[in-house]
Design a binder for this molecule. Structure first.
Ligand SMILES: Nc1ncnc2c1ncn2[C@@H]1O[C@H](COP(=O)(O)OP(=O)(O)OP(=O)(O)O)[C@@H](O)[C@H]1O
Length: 594
């Protein structure tokens, strides 16, 4: 199913819930030492809470009838000390557990982020950024409660239930049976409800992710939305997403609420049975008031945790779908990956060869975007790629950097197939400049240094000078230390291009891929940009998806691409003489641009 729209639900594999749970617990086990301390503290607090009713029973059955004030006082002091210890213990365990679960969330988020970085273009092509964000932020956040509750609630509640049952059975098994007789019904109800509930929470998560994707996409494109005055339509779509979200939440929560009522009912009937059987069948005289009071306390100590456990179970079912979504991404293998045995590409001269390359973005037949493309480029040559839109120019350059796996044929760099060398060693020697020229928030210097992280300040200035960016940078308030915001919105389009040139210049790649921006800029900046391009291209093998006549004319060879094939190749003069596809393109497109 398509996922590249905020209006569509993502496809998600059905995953065995038990596996998801075990996998989540593995993250907790990294902190087993701290968890052991939490559990030890917890055992003490549980023991104290279980002893409490026994103290009351003793007070009512023995000390009060015997009017033993000293005994009562001793019991009270003991109860106070134990309960203070219990409160301190609870605070310690809560603090420690909050820290552990926070660490686990960071670990998961880190692993997710690291993994997503390894995924190929095809992964990002098929998913809006908002949906990826929803998984890294929203889904990971919703695991927080499950993680901390699984240790701070699940284990103590479970232990409490076991301990209370044991004490009740030892003290009076008939009363114990009376109190617990409804438990099997509750468990059966829980099993019935959970499958349905899980599915509904899965739907809710998808709707949630659609909203994040929509908001992200809309704010990214806010300039387009506002300039086309499409706010109303946007709002309409958003309302519809909110409505779907509300409905999915209500569907899921209705089940959860119904289940909560069932627990309360079972608790009430359990208490009734305890008193009924105790008084009518066993007789108060046979049981003792103190024992009744103690049993009544145990009953709430029993049903309280049972209620917590089922709430936890509910939460688990709710959030397990978030965990599944996270693991779904972690299990996605990068389509483009190093092939074993992987070799590092040694420093290259810059020869590039396409050997009968065909390529399709999808697995479906008859969708070839490139058809049997072959060429051989000598080191240092500049190739201009021209052709109608959608012809396959970007696709050709994407394959040189191996952003996608080639469907048929081979791409060779210095006679080594790009599929046989490590992706890292290949891309390190390439400079890829798309029209996007993405700049990050930070200083100008940091943005240029992104090209090569160990570049010195002098190298950064030299690179900026070489591409004509130095002058405008020095005119800014803090020169190279001027802060720019995300995407460089404070800069003009021409300035952004010059900065992107400097960033590539500092990385000093042997092979340069440049998608020339088409946007028109003022004549002065245009001259600067043209000179910048010339300095960038000098001495490197360059592929330019060319839109400037000057670049095309200066290129050693021009490839005219049409329908995924090279239909003509040669320099400007040769192709003009030929009066073929290039000549027509020149007459139609390039003749009138300087
Ligand atoms: N990520 C993608 N997934 C699927 N199809 C794609 C993808 N990118 C491009 N295409 C398709 O591949 C074909 C070639 O696209 P490409 O971007 O290589 O063309 P182009 O010559 O660079 O066009 P332009 O000059 O408009 O940028 C087009 O039909 C396009 O729709």
């Amino acid at each position: 199913m398509a996922v590249n729209s905020s209006m569509e639900d993502e496809y998600q594999r059905e995953v065995l819930k038990k596996n998801t749970l075990l996998r989540l617990l593995k993250y907790l086990l990294v902190y087993k030492k701290q968890i052991i301390i939490v559990l030890a503290v917890m055992l003490v607090t549980i023991a104290v809470s279980i002893v409490n009713p026994l103290l009351i029973e003793r007070a009512i059955n023995i000390e009060i009838p015997n009017k033993d004030v000293k005994g009562l006082l001793t019991l009270s002091i003991l109860a106070i000390v134990l309960n203070i210890l219990c409160v301190i213990g609870i605070k310690i365990r809560m603090f420690m557990m909050a820290r552990i679960s926070n660490h686990v969330l960071l670990d998961i988020r880190n692993e997710l982020y690291e993994h997503i970085q390894t995924l190929s273009f095809s992964f990002f092509d098929s998913r809006p950024t908002g949906k990826i964000l929803a998984r890294i932020i929203g889904d990971v956040n919703s695991l927080k409660d499950v993680l901390s509750d699984s240790v701070t609630k699940l284990i103590p509640d479970f232990l409490t239930v076991i301990a209370v049952i044991a004490i009740m059975v030892v003290k009076n098994w008939k009363l114990a049976m009376a109190a617990l007789i409804l438990l099997p019904f509750l468990i059966a109800g829980m099993c019935l409800v959970q499958n349905l509930s899980h599915r509904r929470w899965q739907i809710f998560r998808k709707k949630n992710s659609n909203i994040t994707a929509f908001i992200h996409e809309n704010f990214q494109g806010i300039r387009v939305v506002q300039s086309f005055t499409a706010e109303e339509e946007s709002l309409g779509e958003f309302d519809s997403l909110l409505e779907q979200h509300r409905k999915s939440f209500c569907d899921a929560v209705r089940l959860a609420d119904g289940y909560g009522a069932l627990i309360e009912l079972t608790w009430g009937i359990g208490s009734f049975l305890l008193y009924f059987i105790g008084i009518r069948i066993l007789g108060v005289g046979n049981v003792g008031v103190g024992t009744f009071v103690a049993f009544s306390s145990y009953l709430s100590m029993f049903w309280g945790p049972i209620r917590n456990l089922s709430n936890f179970y509910n939460k688990l079912v709710t959030n397990l779908s978030a965990a599944e979504r996270i693991f779904d991404i972690l299990d996605t293998e990068p389509e483009v990956a190093d092939r074993e045995p992987v070799k590092s590409l040694p420093p290259i001269e810059g020869r590039v060869r396409f050997d009968h390359v065909s390529f399709s973005y999808s697995d479906e037949p008859d969708t070839m975007v490139l058809n049997d493309v072959s060429f051989d480029i000598a080191p240092g040559e500049t190739i201009a790629l021209v052709g109608p839109t959608g012809a396959g120019k970007t696709t050709i350059v994407n394959l040189i950097s191996r952003f996608y796996n080639i469907t048929k044929g081979r791409v060779l760099v210095d006679d080594m197939s790009v599929e046989d060398v490590s992706i890292n060693s290949l891309r390190k020697q390439m400079g890829v400049m798309t029209q996007d020229n993405y700049l990050f928030s930070g200083t100008i210097k940091e943005n240029i240094r992104y090209g090569r992280l160990d570049a010195t300040d002098e190298e950064i200035v030299a690179a900026a000078r070489a591409v004509n960016a130095h002058a405008f940078i020095m005119e800014m308030e803090d020169g190279y230390d001027t802060q720019i915001s995300e995407r460089g919105v404070r800069l003009s389009i021409g300035q952004r291009q010059l900065l992107a040139f400097a960033r590539t210049m500092v990385s000093d790649p042997r092979i340069l891929i440049l998608d020339e921006a088409t946007s028109s800029i003022d004549t002065h900046t245009e001259i600067l940009v043209q000179q910048g391009i010339e300095s960038l291209l000098a001495g490197r093998t360059s592929f330019v998806i060319a839109h400037r006549l000057s670049t095309i004319k200066n290129a050693d060879r021009i490839f005219v691409i049409d329908d995924g094939r090279i239909v003509e190749a040669g320099n400007h003069g040769e192709l003009m003489e030929k009066k073929g596809a290039y000549y027509q393109l020149y007459e139609a497109q390039f003749k009138n641009i300087a």
